[in-house]
Design a protein around this ligand. Structure first.
Ligand code: GRF
Length: 217
C-alpha cells in the first residue's frame, strides 16, 4: 500500500453508542437491531425510537420492549428542513450518537446530515445502485433480475445514495413472487443491519470517493 493512502485519517471509534432508530411502519429491522444488542452481538443501546407515523406497528413493539418512543408527525410543516430540525432536537435531547433509518419513509435534508455527518445509516431492499426508491423488491422481480439483495449505506443527499457499508445478495428464484422475494431480502436486511452498525461504531474506516473502506483494505 502506498504511503499517501496509509496516512489517510480513519474515523475513531464512536464514544457515544446510543442509537436513534427512525421508523414509519412495521419495525422489523428495529427488532433485529434490538435482538443483536440483547444477544451481545452489538455493543450499543437504543436511546430513542422516533416515528413520523403514530400508527406504526413498530412503535407498539418498541414500547412493549421498554424502549423510549416518540411520534413526530411530518404533517403541518411547510418546509422539510423545519421538520428535520425538530428531529435533530429530539435526537440530541436523547443523546443519540448514531442515527439508523429503518423503514423511515421520509427524505432527510441538510439539518440532519449536518448534525450527524457520516453518522446516519439506511437499509434498502436492493443491491444499490439498482432499484433505488420504493417497491425495490417488486421492481427487481418484474425486471427479471436473477439476483437482488439488501444494502446498508451511509446517508447523503441523494435518494438511497451514499457510501455502501455492506451488501448481501439474494437469488431471485423462478417460482418467486414479489412477496417471497421480499421476505428473503428482509431476512438479509436483518442479518446485515446490526453488523453494519457494529462496523461503523468500531471506527477505523474512511471514505474515499464513494468507497467505505475499513482499515487494512
Ligand atoms: C425494509 O425493507 C427497508 O429496507 C425499507 O423499508 C422496509 C422496512 O421494514 N427501507 P421494517 O419496518 O424494518 O420491517
Amino acid at each position: 500500500m502506498d504511503e499517501a493512502r496509509q496516512a489517510r485519517p480513519v474515523t475513531p471509534p464512536f464514544v457515544n453508542r446510543r442509537l436513534g432508530v427512525l421508523i414509519s411502519g412495521r419495525g422489523s429491522n428495529l427488532q433485529a437491531i434490538g435482538a443483536a444488542i440483547g444477544s451481545g452481538q452489538l455493543d450499543a443501546t437504543i436511546g430513542v425510537v422516533i416515528s413520523n407515523n403514530a400508527d406504526a406497528p413498530g412503535l407498539a413493539h418498541a414500547r412493549q420492549g421498554g424502549l423510549h418512543t416518540l411520534t413526530i408527525s411530518h404533517r403541518g410543516w411547510s418546509r422539510r428542513e423545519d421538520y428535520d430540525r425538530v428531529l435533530v432536537s429530539a435526537l440530541r435531547e436523547h443523546e443519540v450518537g448514531l442515527v439508523c433509518l429503518a423503514g423511515f419513509m421520509r427524505l432527510l435534508s441538510a439539518p440532519v446530515l449536518e448534525a450527524y455527518p457520516q453518522a446516519v445509516l439506511n437499509v434498502h431492499p436492493s443491491l444499490l445502485p439498482a432499484f433505488p426508491g420504493t417497491k425495490a423488491q417488486e421492481r427487481a422481480w418484474a425486471h427479471g433480475a436473477k439476483v437482488s439483495g439488501a444494502t446498508v449505506h451511509l446517508l447523503d443527499t441523494e435518494l438511497d445514495g451514499g457510501p455502501i457499508i455492506l451488501q448481501g445478495a439474494v437469488p431471485v428464484l423462478q417460482d418467486d413472487t414479489p412477496e417471497t422475494l421480499a421476505d428473503r431480502i428482509l431476512a438479509e436486511e436483518h442479518r446485515l443491519y446490526p453488523e453494519a452498525i457494529r462496523l461503523v461504531l468500531a471506527g477505523g474506516w474512511r471514505i474515499e470517493g464513494r468507497r467505505f473502506l475499513c482499515v487494512g483494505t
